[in-house]
Design a protein around this ligand. Structure first.
Ligand SMILES: Nc1ncnc2c1ncn2[C@@H]1O[C@H](COP(=O)(O)OP(=O)(O)OP(=O)(O)O)[C@@H](O)[C@H]1O
Length: 209
């Protein structure tokens, strides 16, 4: 489903990502690990189509990566960094906005949005504005936005950030259920707990020589 073939990224004299290869099939999680600055976020940006590799190639579902292509975006849902937020839309408004953008059937959109908020323990916070959330709640909100829509591939950069151990466990359960439903997960993480719970494939990045 995802094939990374000798993908490297350089900017001028700087190596952002030394060439790496990896693959993950449907229903598998590829866990990307490595010290700060080894290029995890850079690799995820390449997979999401937000950055062009300087060398090598990526294929997702047998096709090339194309951020501007709606068909590609329907298949690939990505969380890298904090989500963009509208200050005067509530948490529920944001999640509904995503769901209704991707589903023609309003009832299906409401069901998915409500289900995702409940799964992540955010249903009591649905009427809050984004600035009324704690940092960990903001992280869960970002996850809700990428889950409240269709996808075949889920790309997540450090989903454990700012979460306490209990919430990391609940995020592991939620992501594991998506993997069991057939999604391909690509997750960069510094959490050994999350990596051990979800990894089918592992990619360890090293500092460029
Ligand atoms: N626009 C840029 N120009 C030059 N170097 C960059 C740029 N963006 C990132 N880098 C460098 O590329 C390397 C990889 O950065 P990246 O954010 O991918 O690492 P990471 O493994 O995700 O790190 P962390 O664990 O700290 O999140 C780092 O050395 C970083 O300083």
């Amino acid at each position: 489903m995802i094939e990374v073939d000798q993908v490297g990224v350089v900017a001028g004299e700087v190596t952002l990502l030394a060439p790496v290869s990896a693959a993950a099939r449907r229903g598998e999680a590829l866990i990307v690990r490595g010290r700060n600055g080894t290029g995890k976020s850079t690799l995820l940006r390449v997979l999401a189509g937000a950055r062009k590799p300087s060398s090598g190639a990526v294929r997702i579902g047998g096709g090339s990566v194309a951020e501007r292509d709606r068909g590609f975006r329907r298949r690939v849902s990505t969380m890298i960094g904090l989500p963009p937020m509208a200050v005067d839309l509530t948490v529920r408004d944001h999640v509904m906005l995503v769901a209704t953008t991707w589903f023609d059937d309003p009832a299906a959109a409401v069901d998915l949005a409500s289900g995702v908020l409940a799964e992540l323990g955010l249903d009591q916070l649905g009427e809050r504005f984004p600035h009324e959330l704690s940092s960990g709640q903001t992280q869960l909100f970002g996850l809700a936005l990428v889950l409240a829509r269709p996808f075949e591939v889920l790309i997540l950069d450090e989903p454990e950030q700012r979460l306490d151990p209990d919430h990391i466990e609940s995020v592991i359960r939620v992501l594991g259920s998506r993997r069991d439903d057939g999604a391909t997960l690509v997750i960069a993480t510094h959490s050994a707990v999350l990596a051990e719970a979800l990894a089918d494939q592992n990619l360890q990045l090293e500092i460029a020589a």
